[in-house]
Design a binder for this molecule. Structure first.
Ligand code: ME8
Length: 506
């Protein structure tokens, strides 16, 4: 089955921060899991390079928007690689192929009668690149997200007849209760739609940095329209000489943060309907990572630097931490202290130590060969149905709950070692069968959890599976008892070594 997952494309007006890394990591977990399931996966991320957010920052720096884009797009690309992210393509909205396709789709929307000339007058936030109603503003006409004072803008624009899509959108939501998840976001989007839709600008007159409107080259396509279309345009040129649209469209999941819900859950499906393109299967929204009370963002200057954390602690630790600490879908605080606590107690102690103890005992008591045995019935029962529930959790994009499901088994295996005390069993030859059972169950349990954890922590789980002599990642084998003993274990070293006197940079 084709599976197409996307992240938002990030503005290149600044360097990537942990908030950007968060969505990209989450999307990578989905992509990796689906590959393990044998699906035909395409995973897209990239950068949003047009519009005021980029043009204004470039002007402030005294460079061209293109230079700013070139400088920062590389940083987003490098961060993805550093976090072991396996995107199949990295789109930049300055790619000529994207720009040509945007012009084509916008022309189609125009030709289908959904565009007219009008005048926009109202508040506009250049950082959101969004038109704001008075009701949305904070005191002093401030943007609720960026806290900057907004000016009233007036200009002649081409408008997209969003209001005409109110009924089709309501119908879409009625027919597809899973179109937007989680449920609270579905409700939020639907009530926004029911509250009445106003037409939106499709172009900007004053700005020059963008895709020229094909029938009026004095204007450029409004950056959000240009940006949203990336999900569609990328498939047409991501592979040389091949158009992947047939194979992967419509997208399985657009993963986004809650700040851009309206664009993805309302404007995006309406645009697609206007262009007679199939709407995505699902838009999934997550919450904010907060530092203290504030949403993490470059402009608020409160950023935990993901490159640094990944370099010092490894990418897996960061991937694990953000998905474990903040219940996926909700807002939640992250902190250097919280990171260190989880690194030590969960990664190093619960998982890392379990792995090194198990391997050491197999080495010492069984000459490095995992014995064959049956796991005890009670423990086996606690692993029953785990693969299915992990698959269901990933289908629902409940990443924190899924990670917890797996982690509960790690804790269970730790209890099992404590209860069985294999080091005592080893002193008594009459307990040889029992010791076989314990060692087999530990090695097999570790194998199963590592296969299931692989999308979350690819590097460490691969190392551990290699040390267990069982590198197969397919989910068919992710059942306790699916693999027999007989493997020769290898060296592992410390999966999560202690980091001396280092704290993630705040
Ligand atoms: O909005 N917590 O780009 P952007 C969680 N270019 N996620 C966060 C976050 C935080 N504190 N901060 C950022 C744009 N994100 C547009 C998108 S898509 C067609 C165009 C993540 O650079 C989250 O995914 O402001 C959020 O939606 C996105 O970065 C916004 O990135």
């Amino acid at each position: 089955m084709p599976y197409y997952v996307t992240t938002p494309i990030y503005y290149v007006n600044g360097e990537p921060h942990l908030g950007h890394a968060y969505t990209t990591i989450a999307a990578d977990v989905l992509a990796r899991h689906m590959r393990q399931r044998g699906e035909d996966v395409f995973f897209l991320t990239g950068t949003d390079e047009h519009g005021e957010p980029v043009a204004q920052e470039a002007e402030r720096l005294g460079i061209t928007p293109r230079e700013l884009g070139d400088r920062n797009a590389v940083r987003f690309k490098e961060l993805a690689a550093r976090l072991s992210v396996t995107n199949d393509f990295f789109i930049r909205t300055t790619d000529p192929e994207h720009m040509a396709k945007v012009a084509e789709v916008v022309q189609r929307i125009h030709d289908n009668g959904h565009v007219y000339a009008g005048t926009y007058e109202g508040f506009y936030c250049p950082r959101c690149a969004d038109f704001k109603t008075e009701a949305e503003l904070e005191e002093g006409n401030r943007c609720p997200i960026h806290k900057i004072e907004l000016q009233i803008e007036k200009e002649d624009n081409w408008f997209f007849r969003l209001s005409a899509f109110q009924e089709p959108l309501e119908q879409l939501y009625a027919e597809r209760p899973g179109f937007v998840t989680p449920q609270n976001r579905y409700n939020e989007a639907l009530s926004f739609i029911r509250g009445g839709l106003r037409d939106v600008s499709l172009s900007r007159a004053r700005l020059k940095w963008g895709v020229p409107v094909p029938w009026d080259e004095s204007q450029v396509v409004y950056v959000w329209i240009d940006a949203l279309l990336n999900y569609y345009t990328a498939l047409s040129y991501a592979r040389d000489g091949e158009d992947l649209t047939e194979r992967f469209w419509p997208a399985s999941v657009h993963l986004i943060g809650k700040d851009i819900l309206k664009f993805h859950a309302v404007i995006w499906p309406a645009l697609l309907m206007a262009a007679e393109i199939e709407v995505p299967q699902k838009v999934t929204i997550h919450g904010y990572l907060l530092l203290g009370e504030h949403k993490m963002s470059k402009s608020l200057g409160n950023v935990i630097e993901p490159n640094h954390v990944a370099e010092v602690y490894g990418p897996d630790a960061l991937r694990f931490y953000v998905l474990r600490e903040v219940s996926f879908g909700s807002d939640g605080e992250v902190s250097a202290e919280g990171f260190e606590t989880r690194y030590t107690t969960e990664l190093a102690n619960e998982y890392g130590n379990l792995a090194s103890r198990t391997l050491a005992m197999v080495e010492r008591y069984r000459d490095g060969v995992v014995p064959s045995a049956e796991p005890p019935a009670e423990l086996a029962a606690e692993f029953d149905g785990l693969v299915q529930s992990v698959c269901a959790g990933i289908d629902e994009v409940e990443l924190t709950a899924t990670l917890d499901e797996i982690w509960r088994r790690i804790k269970r295996l730790n209890r099992y070692v404590q209860d069985e005390e294999p080091w005592q069993l080893a002193k008594d030859d009459a307990q040889a069968d029992r010791l076989d059972q314990v060692l087999y169950t530990l090695a097999e349990g570790l194998r199963v959890v590592s296969v299931l954890l692989h999308p979350f922590m690819p590097g460490s789980t691969e190392r551990l599976l290699a040390a267990l002599g069982r590198e197969e990642l397919g989910l068919d084998g992710a059942r306790l008892g699916a693999v027999e003993g007989g493997a020769t274990v290898g060296e592992l070293g410390q999966l999560f070594p202690r980091v001396e006197a280092e704290a993630p940079a705040a």
